[in-house]
Design a protein around this ligand. Structure first.
Ligand SMILES: [Zn+2]
Length: 186
């Protein structure tokens, strides 16, 4: 089910061009939908629901991604079943930052699933549960999340409004999947 975009397509287009120019000027990955990324600092907070680990990471400051903070995030979002750590796509971090601003949440992202190793993904796919065999979780490009201070439908609507990649709604287990693959919804 496709939700209507909140912004006029032309506005999105203009925004895209603006950020496109900014990306060239700054020589950093700057996604087209990055409307909330103007601030000098970008911070993300997580709680991993499987391991109970928490993290607040200032992952962008002084005009660049912060290596150690990104490393900490990669670790928290590891495959907790195997211990495998994988680089998380920086565009996904920016998507989360934008999403948090969009829903005006003060809560850390509850992480249901971040990186998934091929072994773990195959195991979960075999169990059903809507796990794709060729999942963006295996590329560090996807995350399954919830927010304690926002309803799942509110988080879902905000994710859809970004039109930043894939968005999946899983009300039963209680999370929203977002990824930085092609824009699609399910
Ligand atoms: Zn997912």
């Amino acid at each position: 089910m496709e939700q209507p975009s909140q912004a006029h397509p032309d506005l999105d287009r203009r925004r895209f061009l603006r950020w496109g120019i900014a990306a060239v000027a700054a020589a950093v990955p700057m996604p087209a939908w990055a409307t909330a990324l103007g601030s000098a600092q970008r911070r993300l907070s997580f709680v991993n629901l499987h391991t109970d680990e928490t993290l607040t990471a200032l992952y962008w400051a002084n005009g660049s991604y912060q290596r150690n903070a990104v490393k900490d995030i990669n670790y928290l979002l590891r495959d907790f079943r195997t211990g495998d750590v994988h680089a998380i796509d920086l565009r996904l971090l920016d998507l989360l930052d934008t999403l948090q601003h969009r829903v005006r949440s003060q809560s850390p992202f509850q992480v249901i699933s971040g990186y998934r190793s091929p072994a773990t993904n195959a195991k979960l796919a075999a169990l059903g549960d809507g796990v794709a065999r060729r999942s963006y979780h295996m590329k560090g490009m996807a995350i399954d999340i919830a927010l304690a201070d926002r309803t799942l439908p509110a988080l879902h609507q905000a994710a859809l409004s970004l039109r930043a990649g894939g968005v999946g709604f899983y009300p039963k287990p209680g999370f929203v999947h977002v990824d930085v693959g092609p824009v699609r919804t399910w």
